[in-house]
Design a protein around this ligand. Sequence first.
Ligand code: OGA
Ligand code: MN
Length: 294
Amino acid sequence: MSITVKPNQPQFFAEISGIDLAQPLAAADRDAIEAAIDRYAVVVFHDQKLTDDQQIAFARHFGPIHSSAQKARHRGIKHRLERDEIADISNLDGDSKVLEQNSKRRLDWLANRFWHTDASFRAIPGALSMLYAHIVPPEGGNTEFADMRAAYDDLPDATKKQLEGLVAEHSIWHSRGQLSVTNYTPEEIASLPPVPQRVVRTHPGSKRKTLYVAAHASHILGMPVADGRLLLLDLIEHATQRQFVHAHTWKQGDLVIWDNRCTMHRARPFDTNQVRDLRRVTTADVASTLEQAA
Ligand code: OGA
Ligand code: MN
């Protein structure tokens, strides 16, 4: 089978067609998909029909799966989905009912509305996230993506110089704290301590430099917290100007893959009384960004 890659912008967000992802993946197609992700950072496949097992099997072709940190954070809560490899991005509880407004999982999930990159708060962060739409709400619920390589390229030289060698501290509790969601147990908090990550990194597949910041990034090591936080906010504001952003409007059967190493994303609002059932598998990066090229 030969796939077709149709870019939406010259270097960002492509649509891939001519492939059924439920079938075994041929090596040539795997390589063509990886090349498209390296170039465009975000790709979408429409009209797919995937079980959880098939979604996991497809993802495994691109690296080891990052086991779901979410599960550890919600011990004692009934889970809707069997497989630990799948992060439940839906607004459904363990009985497939729409989450109560004040439920712990709903409040935690709302943090996806911040600009972020997946699992930057873990020492070994996420590489590729693959989000598959089972049920989409009638209105809203877009996901937006920001091109962090283009955003880096567009920085003034003086800013690029200023960012050289900087390391930010990322913590999931920082992003949750901004929503005043703090009802976590000491055990949950201890399970995800803050981690350092480079602010600028080289994207391995394209060798392009990219910004690596997110709502999880709280401050810059070696700088007063306030100065570092303001710098991070400026960088996020810069990177999310409309020319760097693509909004994806979901259709049932869409699988979107994004490269967390060179993008940010955020969920957009919808009527959360309506069902939105999206499920994600994420591959693990090779190491902390500190152990990778600056
Ligand atoms: C995610 C995420 C955004 C959305 O799956 O990591 O942030 O629109 N999703 O659901
Ligand atoms: Mn996310």
